[in-house]
Design a binder for this molecule. Structure first.
Ligand SMILES: [Zn+2]
Length: 273
């Protein structure tokens, strides 16, 4: 067939002679480049087609070296980058470790603060409890203290035999209307007129079971069942009932039983008549 079959569709096949032309120069270039001869410096205009081809190849090879150098440089850059990356990683790890240490430190601080707060709270509670105990103790002592029935008086008849009969009391002479005080905390068990010669009388049972009798009063201020406090005025002294003059007739009945000498008994409570 003829070459016309390819017209308009493909170029005719290249002349095989062109490839052969390059065989020698290629070997020459290899030798030239290996020998360090600079082929590229030759002027392009003076070169034969073969020499031009050699120069082209030389340039290409030189370009290859440059590419290699660039690659090496790039590789160096990559190493630098890798080193930087590694350093950054180490820094990040160190940072994380530092952060972790910081967080641990924060936790320690928080735990310590919580412990101190707890201690403070316990100390505060203990202080309040101690204060409450002290207040209760103070209140108890206040409630259980003993006081004198009169502020101003003159001791007259004491506990004992008088005129052939037993006087189971201490008489305290005082003007009519002198305030009479409860000896301690207690409950009024009698407040009224006595048909047995005691006149207007008040009987109080105290917190320890002792009962006091206040006789010959002019006026009564409490009723049976009333709770009274130490020193509370429960009546005014007088001269009612079987009495020869204004005075308070004081009897003390421990546990409500037989009477005992009031001065000695009160002295045991710290009250001196
Ligand atoms: Zn008396």
């Amino acid at each position: 067939m003829s070459q016309n079959r390819y017209a308009g569709r493909h170029r005719p096949p290249a002349q095989p002679s062109h490839g052969r032309r390059l065989l020698v120069p290629l070997a020459l270039v290899s030798t030239t480049v290996a020998g360090g001869v600079v082929v590229r410096s030759a002027g392009a205009s003076d070169l034969s087609p073969e020499a031009a081809a050699v120069q082209d190849l030389s340039n290409t090879v030189a370009g290859g070296y440059e590419a290699r150098d660039r690659a090496v440089a790039a590789a160096g850059s990559d190493r630098d980058a890798a080193r930087a990356s590694r350093d950054a990683s180490r820094a990040a790890v160190a940072s994380v470790v530092n952060l972790t240490d910081q967080k641990a430190s924060d936790v320690d601080t928080a735990v310590e603060a919580a412990r101190k707060a707890e201690e403070s709270k316990k100390a505060e509670a203990a202080k309040k409890a101690a204060a409450a105990r002290q207040a209760a103790e103070d209140a108890r002592q206040q409630a259980q203290r003993w006081v004198s029935p009169l502020s101003n008086y003159t001791l007259t008849s004491g506990f004992g035999w008088r005129w052939g009969r037993m006087h189971p009391a201490q008489d305290l002479a005082a003007p009519v209307g002198t305030p009479v005080h409860a000896l301690s905390t207690g409950t009024v068990i009698f407040s009224g007129w006595s048909s047995q010669g005691y006149g207007y009388m008040v009987q109080i049972r105290y917190w320890d079971g002792t009962v006091s009798w206040f006789a010959h009063n002019s006026r009564l201020l409490v009723n049976i069942g009333d709770e009274v406090a130490p020193g509370q005025v429960v009546s005014y002294s007088g001269n009612t009932g079987n009495s020869t003059g204004p005075h308070l007739h004081l009897e003390i009945h421990p546990q409500g039983a037989g009477s005992v000498p009031p001065r000695a008994w009160l002295a045991q409570k710290g009250v001196q008549l």
